[in-house]
Ligand binder design. Sequence first.
Ligand code: OGA
Ligand code: CA
Ligand code: FE2
Length: 494
Amino acid sequence: MTEKQNSVDAEETAAPARPTLRLRQPSERAPTKSSVCSRSYFVVVMVFFHIYIINVIALLLYVHYNNGEAGDSGRDHEAPSSNPRLAESHRPPSKSEFLRDVSLTRLEGIRVGHVQKVSLVPDKVHKMRTLSMKPLLFEIPNFLSEDECRVVMQLAQLKGLMESQLMVQDGQEELAKELNLSPEEIFNLLDINKDGQLQMHEILTHSRVRDGIWLTPENLREIYAGLQADKDANGLLSLEEFKLLSNDAFQRFLFQRGVKSSQLVRNSRHTWLYQGRGAHQVLQDIKTRVTRLTRLPSSIVDLSEPLQVVRYEEGGHYHAHHDSGPVYPETACTHTRLAANASTPFETSCRYITVLFYLNSVEGGGETAFPVADNRTYDEVSLIQNDVDLMDTRRNCDKSNLRVKPTKGTAVFWYNYLSDGRGWVGEQDEYALHGGCMVTRGTKWVANKWINIDPDYQRQAQYQHLVSQQLDDEDDEGLTLNPDLHHSDIHQDL
Ligand code: OGA
Ligand code: CA
Ligand code: FE2
């Protein structure tokens, strides 16, 4: 940046040195020049003039893309009022906006392939490489030592890992009965593009989100055939065809046929390791290192979720997903919900950052895929086409824009949310979509450190205040409270 800035400055200061070159419209300059100088001199001046303009444009583009979040929040698919910054300017500033005293550091990616040195532990320098700008994603080799990787895997094994996703999800049928929706109402909910037909991707997205069952277009054709649902066999369901199906026809069909773990959104086992006071030194060291890496306040990292350790067996996978959901005004964060003292219809985990550690090098497969990283545009519908489903990490990892090979000790980290432009958490970054490719040989061990921050500054502040008070009280009573304890009930997967 400074280099470009300097070159522009140099040209600007050079201009007044030529008396005939007053800073006016270029059209005014030409006649003055031609009366004094030869035609070739005019050509040279024009060439420099063009270079100058190109430089200015390049500088503007550079500044624009470096402030990725500013550019991104400007990119809005909806009405201008949905832009949070515009919306904010319409409402009177709340008290908290005057009281903001913490601003979150966001690391700069500069450009893909850029390497910066970071100091995380004494007497050692780590190299951090930018892997993508959208999402802002970095890789740090040797973030963990071999010993640390081994200790984390052993501690996880000692604690015991549980199935990451259970086969049947309870409560769905009761919920459907309670809501008492008519087939038309359900049809309209599913018909995202409102064309009066249910396309395959509309059904697939729904079954993946609702049931956690990863149907492929072939599975769906098989189900349609089994249930004789698609009478005209055009791959679409009309309202009439849909009405012939009972409410839970799909689920009953799947249940009878049986669902294998390879047909779930995720096929892995995991456990949680607390990193607070009294935890194994390696776990505390990792937390300190993550705090240094992300340059976030330690109070925020300390109050985030514990370390999640995940093991994939051969054949294991995790289809493309977001670690944390979008945030609407009525969305609450799991970690601050109790402090917020409000019941809200939507809840998400508000994982601002994901730090993913590879605890072993995988013999075959198991890459972390980012299907749309650094895409020029993001188009959710085009993710699932009839023949290629970019979200499917068992089949289509090779078509992902970016894949990170698991290497023992390497950490990757990315921001799941953009900046709000004022030093706090902004909108979800839809480019942060990612998944774990199928392990084709051997076992894969990873750990996730999620850093939870409420996009509502005041709610985060209130929560931190509340927890620090609780901690003081516990200390007075001579108890050692594990600050992660209050998380024990929120480790529901997304
Ligand atoms: C996750 C995840 C990716 C991987 O655990 O949330 O996205 O490569 N893992 O295992
Ligand atoms: Ca449709
Ligand atoms: Fe993830």
